[in-house]
Write a protein that binds this ligand. Structure first.
Ligand SMILES: C[S@@+](CC[C@H](N)C(=O)[O-])C[C@H]1O[C@@H](n2cnc3c(N)ncnc32)[C@H](O)[C@@H]1O
Ligand code: SF4
Length: 382
């Protein structure tokens, strides 16, 4: 069993957005529902960080990820105070990667400058589309020009800048997506997260699809869109390093990479997940999702966490499920340390089907295989 005594990530969740998008099922709430003061939030975040440190004190913090929701709505002073607290507890490693997710409507240049001064090194902007009618369809409150403006400010201010796009939208033709992707690549991003639209249960989009009012591309069209995305990004110098993530060399998101490699990270804030090794045993943490309940738990107990010890089977399954998302795959030795050794006959069959590659002691999904990960994992774990 690997013990992660070194190197730690911190994920911190801000659960509010100015408007909740009709496709999104993250743990998010409309910002006007936030009834607590900034001071209350900061006290709660600090308390939960201190609790996490008591349980998992080893190693410096290598990466911090402010995710959401829309953490660009957080005052820069709160972000700075949280980073100071993390530094006081574990120590922030020299050259730590400190990411923050932003919405173009809450990312004016002065605020981005304050966030950089607070310690943010990497900004990830939710653009979703560079097409105004698509943005309207997605229920976004910004247009493409506003998104371009926010991204150009982010590029000037942060050492790394990324944006998210959603494709495989209803009626999206391959040529239209290729043109949009070309325009996106022309902005010179160091990193892009390109997600296919997913219809999540309990979202307005899901309800519209159930009524036949929203028809997503069929599997074949979605696969074609995925394939052209891979080749177009690779040709532009941003190959995929994970199913949905593309980066120039040296600009992969270290925080998420470490998670996919099975590293430890503490999850702070409402609904946040974490993975921490305590006394050599991997634990999952899950925080109370409702902001008011989470704040109340932090006030009463110093944290909103439920901690669960993961058994050997859970650890090994997670190692293979996360590891195969990475384009570079995982060393067989690392998978074996996490308790996973593939069955030789099943491995051979998946290799023969062109879905898995095993070479130089590394297990890797092929490009075709990355589209069929659920199937591969099912076969490997059967
Ligand atoms: C926390 S948000 C990013 C920052 C900010 N909240 C925003 O949207 O501007 C994370 C990303 O998840 C993606 N996402 C959320 N729901 C999705 C869905 N149903 N299908 C595909 N991508 C989705 C979007 O690309 C979004 O930018
Ligand atoms: S996509 Fe971003 S802005 Fe929209 S609801 Fe989800 S987290 Fe909030």
């Amino acid at each position: 069993m690997t013990t992660h005594l070194q190197g730690l990530g911190v994920y911190l969740h801000w659960p509010f957005c100015t408007a909740v998008c009709p496709y999104c099922d993250f743990n998010v709430y409309a910002a006007h529902k936030n009834k607590a003061s900034d001071a209350d939030w900061l006290t709660a975040y600090r308390a939960e960080l201190s609790h996490a440190h008591k349980l998992r004190p080893h190693g410096q913090v290598e990466t911090v990820f402010f995710g959401g929701g829309t953490p660009s709505l957080m005052p820069a002073k709160m972000v700075a105070a949280i980073l100071t607290h993390i530094d006081a507890l574990w120590g922030l490693a020299a050259g730590a990667e400190i990411s923050l997710e932003a919405n173009p409507m809450s990312a004016p240049r002065p605020h981005l400058q304050e966030l950089a001064a607070a310690g943010i090194t990497r900004l990830s902007l939710g653009v979703q589309a560079f097409d105004d009618s698509a943005l309207k369809f997605l229920g976004r409150t910004h247009n493409a020009d506003e998104a371009r403006g926010a991204f150009s400010a982010a590029q000037a201010i942060f050492s790394s800048a990324s944006f998210d796009l959603i494709y495989a939208r209803p009626d999206q033709r391959v040529e239209e997506w290729q043109t949009e992707l070309d325009a996106a690549l022309a902005l010179g991003p160091q990193h892009m997260s390109l997600y296919q639209l997913t219809l999540e249960p309990d979202t307005p989009f899901f309800a519209r699809a159930a009524q036949g009012k929203l028809i997503p591309p069929d599997e074949d069209s979605a696969a074609t869109l995925y394939e052209v995305t891979q080749s177009q990004c690779a040709a532009a110098g941003l190959p995929a390093y994970e199913i949905s993530n593309h980066a120039q060399a040296g600009h992969a998101c270290r925080h998420n990479q470490a998670i996919w490699q099975g590293g430890d990270y503490v999850g702070i804030g409402p609904g946040a997940h974490g993975r921490v090794t305590i006394d050599g045993q991997k634990h999952a943490s899950l925080a109370e999702a409702q902001p008011q309940n989470w704040l109340a738990a932090c006030q009463a107990d110093g944290h909103g966490w439920q901690l669960q010890k993961l058994d050997d089977k859970q650890v090994s399954e997670e190692a293979i499920m996360l590891g195969l998302r990475l384009v570079e795959g995982r060393p067989l030795r690392a998978l074996a340390e996490a308790g996973f050794t593939p069955d030789a006959a099943r491995l051979k069959a998946l290799q023969n089907d062109g879905l898995l590659v095993a070479r130089d002691d590394v297990l890797q999904a092929s490009e075709k295989g990355r589209l069929l990960l659920d199937y591969i994992i099912g076969r490997l774990l059967a």
